[in-house]
Design a protein around this ligand. Structure first.
Ligand code: IMP
Ligand code: MG
Length: 187
């Protein structure tokens, strides 16, 4: 008897990026980030976009040897495979006073799982800029190649991938498959 997860892995999806490659690239990305912030004299304020960035973020921050303060912001852009129309961003937790004070005159790094249209990162960057960070950078594990022009770019990119819907390593389809260790394309 196959588990539902085995059935998905064997019959309903195919691997795009295996676990080992992700691990290696996350280490490479952490090195790029460390090199970039060599001059860092203040804290690094890490802003993780939930829920997709959770797995990537937890691996990444443990490789960064800085004094880090971590915040989570919740954004929702997909229902199943379909983008939510009108108000692409469904929920954006209000920023606390503590968050605004931490950002001001500090170095902020936004972490997300995947950059698609750039709408999410653009929205969150613009919101954060209001609180006057000293610097603001973005890191994404995946960057989707799309025809249309993106609304935002990332400063650090793990992998460029084709315009396919992917799951695993934190990314979901209707809330499922975030726990898969590899990144997979649904078939
Ligand atoms: P954007 O705002 O169009 O750049 O979309 C980025 C957000 O949509 C990411 O934070 C993901 O949560 C989600 N997303 C985009 N593409 C995928 C995908 O292929 N699988 C799962 N989530 C995705
Ligand atoms: Mg997301």
């Amino acid at each position: 008897m196959k588990t539902l997860e085995q059935d998905f892995i064997e019959n309903k999806s195919k691997i795009l990026i295996p676990e080992d490659s992700i691990r290696g690239r996350v280490r490479g990305l952490s090195q790029e980030i460390i090199n970039h912030y060599q001059w860092l004299d203040k804290e690094l304020i890490v802003v993780g976009l939930m829920d997709g960035a959770s797995v990537f973020l937890s691996d990444l921050i443990r490789l960064l040897p800085f004094k880090i303060k971590l915040y989570f912001i919740t954004l929702k852009t997909y229902l199943g495979k379909n983008k939510i129309k009108d108000g692409t961003i469904d929920t954006c937790k209000e920023f606390s006073d503590d968050f605004c004070n931490s950002i001001q005159d500090n170095n902020a790094l936004i972490v997300d799982d995947i950059l698609d249209t750039g709408e999410s990162i653009n929205t969150i960057s613009e919101a954060i800029k209001i609180f006057d960070p000293k610097t603001l950078k973005t890191v994404v594990l995946l960057n989707k190649k799309i025809e249309a022009q993106k609304k935002a770019k990332a400063d650090f990119i793990g992998f460029n991938i084709p315009d396919k819907f992917v799951v695993g390593f934190g990314m979901d389809y209707n809330g499922y498959y975030r726990n898969l260790p590899d990144i997979r394309i649904i078939e």
